[in-house]
Design a protein around this ligand. Sequence first.
Ligand code: GRF
Length: 206
Amino acid sequence: MTDNLTCRLAVLVSGSGTNLQAIIDSIEAGDIDATIACVISNKRDVFALERAAKHGITVVVHENSGFANRQEYDLATVEILRQYGVNLVVLAGFMRILTENMINAFPNAIINIHPALLPSFPGLHAQQQAIDYGVRYSGCTVHFVDCGTDTGPIILQSVVPVDANDTEETLSAKIQKEEHRIYPAAIKLFVDGKIKVKGRKVLITD
Ligand code: GRF
């Protein structure tokens, strides 16, 4: 955000919401000058919704039933986001692939966190993919969302070592610790207007 208005975030979730929690905590601690306008979940009964409600944040359950296809679902999502005056869309474990209807409505204003060092290991089970490949290091990536799967310009990354005895669970736990650090940090950069996108590259200014 380059003006003086408070940035209004929407956090889109499908699961436990530990990243949502890290974002809420950073905002409540005064580290990020933003408001969570709403938390949107494509599933009811997920713990992320409880987390949001506990902090008095508006929750919207937006299930895919009743929509003919992903495009129509996304048009409805855009309507919700407009209704809440959202400036930045934060995907935090949102288990749906976005269509052009969403991407084009929020150019360079949708971000995601992925549990691997992109462009390695996009898609599902990134931690298991990293273990199976035998890499010594993996980590997490915050990136803008484009029409590909985990292909958008990279904002921040953090590296964690992969040990010989790591399982999907233990590696995920190490990576999540870093996710909870770099996702709020990336949001802060965006909110403070310190990010510029030039083609594939994200320039971070001081
Ligand atoms: C995280 O591992 C994130 O990298 C991936 O989905 C997971 C969400 O976890 N995109 P949580 O719901 O934030 O705990």
